[in-house]
Write a protein that binds this ligand. Sequence first.
Ligand SMILES: C[S@@+](CC[C@H](N)C(=O)[O-])C[C@H]1O[C@@H](n2cnc3c(N)ncnc32)[C@H](O)[C@@H]1O
Length: 201
Amino acid sequence: MEFLVRARAAPVKASKLLSSVGKGRGVEYLADIVRNALFVSKGHRENVSVTLVFERSSDFSRILRISGSDLGSFVDLHEKAILDYIAEALRLAEKFEKNEEIENPGGVFVTAKSFEAYFDERKQSSNPYLLDQKGEDIRCVEVSQDSIFVMSDHTPMPKNSKKSLINSGIRRISVGPKMLHTSQCIAVVLNELDRRSDISS
Ligand SMILES: C[S@@+](CC[C@H](N)C(=O)[O-])C[C@H]1O[C@@H](n2cnc3c(N)ncnc32)[C@H](O)[C@@H]1O
């Protein structure tokens, strides 16, 4: 199961990412997203990965996927520790050409490609869902282990992208009537699935 989060205002450059903390750009939310997707009290979720798309770039977006099945180097879960971990991974990809990628043993995959290109690849082998307040209630939707949940961060999904996702037939699911933070949506989705079965463990 994968959470794919498009972060339109998040810089691809590690130093810029870290210097944006506390400057109103919302990069701190990325730490909440990672924490809620991958960690439980005294453990982590082996079957979940979280993918962040950094789109503030002078060349290509960078895509960072962290897999719960392969987490080795997380020591602390506070905001700074998680943002440092993300920055370290982005540094690996600073000089990347388009479509270059690397998977390191700490459980991180990084590539230089667009949200659309990545999603098109992943949807071949996954069941895609778009998290959308106006979608079907998640409580009425069967969700399989190979699902990919697409969402934006605090910056809205561009209208054209949303339209093309919907035109591609993606199923829209809602986690309730209130607009939540991305990290809260992830926690609700995982809780919903925890209560249903063990597919989110
Ligand atoms: C913080 S919200 C985005 C807020 C942004 N200002 C906007 O208008 O799109 C981040 C993402 O969480 C998801 N989301 C928030 N509340 C939701 C809900 N009740 N049901 C389903 N998805 C939700 C949507 O995917 C949304 O793009």
